[in-house]
Design a protein around this ligand. Structure first.
Ligand SMILES: [Zn+2]
Length: 874
């Protein structure tokens, strides 16, 4: 056997030699690069391309590979050589068939070799770990654990005790507190001066040049980058805090970034390039583009292509599926299932997640880290003010020179909008009146076996649609928001959701705003198509509406997919998302499901089935192509008495009527999406992003969970309350979809909204509408959102275009669309990645953001490196 392998390896080396890449040691990400090569083949020679495709499909998906991965590179080589030989045989047969057109020319053979080479080079054992690195609690520092628990406990008490927030924020409004704080700092500083060791380390920092981004970030002089005035500070880094504190803060911040990177990579979420570069530099390695993990998003079907085509559906893999600990596990065969040997996919584990979470939780309450972050954020805000003062005119001048492009024709994506409220109230009213006029005799509702026509429904409600006005429709939040009683309502989502009932009548909601009703969701589909039509007309606006999957029954997916296909809802201006309401408690109390695991199974198992055997689940398979992500929704201020920890019951044992806490929901959604993404990526299918509602209200710990598990979040208001988290979201450039008009009606007055402050500091923000039906007055709800923000906060054109650019980056639009809307290099850092002719964002602004981020990150990396260098014996 060994001899055989050796021979194969020699063969392979020969192949590598032949194509002149024998010394190539690059590790290329398998699916990404390989598929590029495949595409290339396809355009060259269809038959050859298809064949290679089928070979590599086997290679990528065969159970053989899956057992091999993570075990031995030798087996892998063995297998590749085998596929190569099979390929040659196949072509041999083509030759004897005398079908010359199928005979590969030398070039194609060359390409085939390259494909195999890529597969070889991308042996995932060298690359991304295909398993979820497990940690156990005993590896953890007890003090960290204690602190984390304290944070959690105080967050639980928070509803009754506002002072608990003192744990997270620097007390600003208490003069005595401030004075004492300053006194403590002074004493610490003095003590440091007396210590020789500290003085030596301090000197170390001073010797370093102030701004030292590692190689790749060195701002290369750009032809199209106009000169601008930069704000620099001289002196040592840690002015204001002691060296020890600075080092400690840097270490924990970096640790948190590493943790997020790990979770992002495993789930095919994005991780900001600049940050990744600095993390590599902290590890003394270099970042390379091949290492980058990006989500796979299906491109928009071109003209003439049928978006609902059920041809070319991949075949059944014959895998078995089973839910274990709330996470779907995949098995290569019935035998593997019986032996409990799942395929090698990264299955997250609750204990490890609890450990990682505890680190970040402990950190947000850690004194020195808090102080450091608070100071850096203040600095960022002041720095931007200076930048604006010095460069505002230069930025505007730059924009003036751009032909054709202005704020109206840059692409904007409504990154957070609920499908059931994506039309404004006037639109809904008109639609109701129209249907009443033309279809009054149509049966639209079934109640107790009796079919009701639209006319009857209105007669039962004792109303005539002609008399309806926007006010009597009463779906607008503002009409009640100013009444004291109204305020109360809007702090409670369960009551708030009844606002979705036009005229307070659930019948109308059932008829007009549901996908699954007597008329098979026809009216709802028509409404959405009208909205989509409006977006297509305006051309530059896109939206990402969320449709609901509840987890009540496994049939929900098929119903939704059939609705989507039957009503032909695809639009180039819409990208779809799924929202999962956190309402286990309601289903459980109505005895619809026995435990939490059942709900997860109803939500996720059909997706795995459609991925493993698309032939049997054609509708769902087609619908999933247009789905880009998942959202977790509900009132965040809803209280859960359970404290999430490593010892929380497994979903199968979660049988109480109580709703699991937010973090528990997030972890289990993330875990299933992550496994699913890995499976789909292997099959060459699109992946999904997790984009929960987070930080709108409720505990600050929600933002910690999302920092680990989410690609991006909606709302993020509570970042206001924790400097550490805010700074982390900045450093990792976690995108946030903010909806100040929605907040204004529900949780936070417009003028107190932190959007402007976040934007100035450089957090990655986009503007979104949330629920146009309830918050907006005009047909162009997204424009209304931009217009109000711009007016109220005096945002410049450059500001709003920067937000618009962020919204495209954050969205689930495909790579091709983003290249088209933002410029071909949009993935690059800094000004190189910005095409001002497409985005209308000044290069000066982009450079400022990039240099500032590099600066902040380099402080952290330098602190850690300096400490290592100062260590004796090194
Ligand atoms: Zn929302």
């Amino acid at each position: 056997m060994d001899d055989e392998i050796e021979e194969m390896e020699e063969d392979m080396e020969e192949v590598m030699e032949e194509v002149g890449l024998s010394s190539c040691k690059s590790s290329v990400h398998m699916s990404h690069k390989t598929r590029d090569v495949l595409k290339h083949c396809e355009t060259r020679n269809k038959e050859c391309g298809l064949f290679i495709n089928s070979v590599s499909e086997q290679t990528l998906c065969s159970p053989f590979l899956c057992c091999t991965v993570g075990k031995s590179k030798r087996n892998y080589v063995h297998f590749l050589v085998w596929s190569f030989k099979t390929a040659q045989q196949h072509w041999g047969k083509c030759l004897s068939d005398k079908n010359k057109s199928l005979v590969p020319d030398n070039k194609n053979l060359h390409i085939l070799k390259l494909v195999l080479l890529f597969l070889l080079a991308s042996n995932p054992t060298d690359e991304m770990p295909r398993n979820f690195p497990k940690m156990s609690l005993c590896e953890m520092d007890e003090s960290v654990l204690l602190l984390a628990e304290k944070v959690y406990a105080s967050a639980l008490k928070e509803e009754n005790n506002r002072d608990a927030m003192a744990l997270f924020t620097v007390p600003e409004d208490c003069p005595i507190g401030l004075h004492e704080e300053r006194e403590r700092e002074l004493q610490k500083g003095l003590a440091e001066q007396r210590s020789e060791e500290s003085a030596r380390r301090m000197k170390n920092f001073k010797q370093k040049p102030l701004c030292s981004p590692p190689e790749p970030c060195q701002a290369s002089p750009q032809e199209n980058l106009p000169d601008f005035q930069r704000v620099t500070i001289s002196g040592d880094y840690c002015a204001g805090i002691t060296v020890e504190d600075y080092e400690q803060a840097s270490k924990s911040l970096l640790k948190a970034l590493f943790v997020r990177e790990k979770y992002s990579r495993l789930a095919f979420h994005r991780f900001h390039r600049t940050t990744a570069r600095f993390l590599r530099s902290a590890e003394d390695t270099t970042w390379s583009e091949e290492d980058e993990v990006l989500p796979a998003i299906s491109p928009c079907p071109g003209v003439g292509q049928d978006p609902y085509s059920m041809e070319d559906i991949p075949k059944d893999l014959g895998y078995q599926l089973q839910m274990k600990d709330g996470i779907v596990h995949v098995y290569a065969s019935q035998g593997a299932l019986e032996q409990q040997e799942p395929l090698c996919l990264p299955y997250p584990n609750l204990e490890t997640f609890a450990v990682d979470l505890s680190h970040v939780l402990a950190m947000i309450a850690d004194g020195p880290t808090k102080t450091y972050c608070h100071r850096r954020l203040n600095f960022l805000a002041s720095k931007f003010n200076l930048h604006e003062m010095l460069n505002e005119m230069a930025e505007l001048k730059e924009l003036k020179k751009v032909p054709h492009r202005d704020f109206y024709n840059v692409r904007k994506v409504d990154t957070h909008i609920h499908a059931a409220a994506c039309m404004n109230q006037k639109h809904l009213l008109k639609f109701i009146q129209e249907t009443y006029e033309t279809e009054a005799e149509r049966a639209v509702l079934e109640r107790g076996g009796e079919k009701l026509t639209l006319g009857q429904v209105f007669r039962d409600l004792t109303m005539n649609p002609y008399d309806l006005t926007v006010d009597s429709l009463d779906v607008h939040a503002v009409s009640n928001a100013f009444k004291a009683a109204g305020r109360q309502t809007f702090h409670r989502f369960d009551k708030f959701n009844s606002k979705y009932n036009p005229v307070g009548a659930s019948e109308l909601r059932e008829i007009y705003l549901k996908t699954d009703n007597y008329i098979k969701g026809e009216y709802f589909a028509r409404l959405i198509k009208e909205v989509a039509h409006g977006l297509e007309e305006s051309k530059y606006q896109h939206a990402e509406p969320r449709l609901s999957i509840y987890g009540r029954s496994p049939d929900e997916w098929l119903t939704l997919a059939s609705w989507f296909i039957q009503h032909r809802l695809h639009s180039p201006n819409l990208r779809w998302m799924i929202q999962v309401p956190r309402i286990y408690d309601i289903f459980k109390s109505r005895k619809l499901i026995p435990n939490f695991a059942k709900m997860l199974e109803n939500i996720f198992l059909p997706l795995f089935e459609a991925t493993v055997n698309p032939q049997k689940n054609k509708e769902v398979h087609v619908f999933l192509k247009y789905l880009t992500g998942f959202d977790s929704v509900d009132d965040e201020s809803k209280h859960s008495d359970h404290m999430f920890s490593f010892s929380s019951p497994k979903p199968e044992s979660w049988t109480t009527d109580e709703n699991p806490p937010y973090t528990y929901y997030l972890f289990h959604m993330y875990a299933n999406i992550m496994v699913l993404n890995n499976l789909r990526k292997e099959r060459g299918l699109n992946t999904f992003q997790f984009r929960p509602h987070c930080g709108e209200a409720g505990s600050i710990t929600h933002l910690v969970s999302a920092f680990l598990t989410a690609d991006n979040i909606s709302h993020g208001l509570n970042l206001k309350k924790s400097p550490v988290l805010q700074y982390l979201y900045y450093l990792a450039q976690v995108p946030i979809a903010m909806s100040p008009l929605s907040n204004n009606s529900l949780f936070l007055e417009y003028s107190k909204n932190p959007l402007r402050e976040f934007l100035h500091k450089g957090l990655c923000l986009s503007l979104s509408t949330d629920d146009p039906m309830q918050f907006h007055y005009t047909k162009e709800a997204l424009m209304e959102e931009y217009a109000i923000a711009a007016q109220l906060w005096k945002l410049s054109t450059c500001d709003v275009c920067e937000i618009a650019r962020n919204s495209v980056l954050q969205s689930g639009l495909s790579h091709q669309e983003k290249q088209h809307f933002l410029g071909p290099n949009y993935l690059q850092d800094g000004p190189e990645g910005n095409n001002i002719r497409r985005t209308n964002v000044a290069q000066i602004r982009v450079s400022y953001r990039h240099e500032t981020l590099c600066n902040e990150l380099s402080f952290l990396v330098d602190a850690v490196k300096m400490e290592a260098a100062a260590m004796p014996g090194q």
